[in-house]
Design a protein around this ligand. Structure first.
Ligand SMILES: [Zn+2]
Length: 287
């Protein structure tokens, strides 16, 4: 199962990706991590990426795509992957599709974690932690019981992350929307796009993601033990038999009756075929 998770910074993609990783045996592919790992490994592509980064340039899409291609070839990726933070542009999405198509791999789900920008700004910019024990608080949603005193340890010192201010968060969101907005119609047109409410509580988001993923994974999982190859043609044959049964009786019944009277020997054939047709589903049911 191969997934792309889309969503702005702060939407909780990382947390959810980690949970999906554990639950479905997938690997999380963060392009930043992959780049760092490639550089550290000194591989050919890593050296190339390193040279580009040292020159202060953005790593080209084809290098990132090559890294992803390498990574998903490894045995631990055989159950699938979660791409988090890539693709960011339509060009990247197209390049990713080409690479996957060459490998005969398809994206099963592209899931957008939808957020309300104003709420997300409020959520992120309002958060702070106890400087001593790290307990998390929020200006509006989760104040300490006694103003200015940590519930957990009694400390009166708190800290905020420098980039957790409203202005910075708003800018990050703007950049995300400007870059990523065109990807949504791209995937929507392919019928691959789904969305979950990224503003819901973390556990609810996990449940919503699970519903999307299991919705597609369950029939496969059920069919496998019985033998997928068997199950599919059976369904198809049954469908065809039904279609025949619907179409043919009208056309056949009349001539068959006429023939039966005139030439009993031939008349038996359509009759027996019809009988076989009607017997077939019964036999299958016995199985
Ligand atoms: Zn504390």
């Amino acid at each position: 199962m191969n997934i792309v998770l889309l969503g702005p910074p702060g939407a909780g993609k990382g947390t959810q990706a980690k949970r999906l990783e554990e639950r479905y045996g997938l690997i999380q592919l963060s392009t930043g991590d992959m780049l760092r790992a490639a550089v550290a490994s000194g591989s050919e592509i890593g050296q190339r990426a390193k040279a580009i980064m040292e020159a202060g340039q953005l790593v080209p899409d084809e290098v990132v795509i090559a890294l992803i291609a390498d990574r998903i070839d490894r045995p631990d990726a055989k159950k699938g992957f979660i791409l988090d933070g890539f693709p960011r542009t339509t060009k990247q999405a197209e390049a990713l599709d080409r690479m996957l198509a060459e490998k005969g791999i398809r994206l099963d789900h592209v899931i957008e974690m939808k957020v309300d920008d104003a709420l997300l700004v409020d959520r992120i910019s309002g958060r702070y932690t106890c400087a001593k024990c790290g307990a998390g608080y929020h200006d509006r949603n989760q104040k300490p019981k006694v103003d200015g005193v940590c519930d957990a340890c009694g400390s009166t010192e708190f800290k905020r992350r420098a980039d957790d201010n409203a202005e910075t968060v708003s800018k990050r969101l703007e950049a995300y929307h400007a870059q990523t907005a065109p990807i949504l119609p791209y995937y929507r047109a392919k019928g691959a796009l789904k969305s979950v409410d990224g503003m819901a509580p973390i556990d609810d988001v996990t449940v919503a993601l699970g519903a999307i993923l299991d919705g597609a994974a369950r029939p496969k999982a059920k069919a496998k033990p019985a033998g997928r190859a068997k199950a599919k043609p059976k369904a198809k044959r049954a469908g065809k038999a039904k279609a025949k049964a619907k179409k043919r009786p009208k056309a056949r019944k009349k001539p068959a009756r006429g023939k039966r009277k005139a030439r009993p020997a031939r008349g038996r054939r359509p009759a027996s075929k019809a009988a076989r047709r009607s017997r077939k589903p019964a036999r299958r049911r016995k199985k």
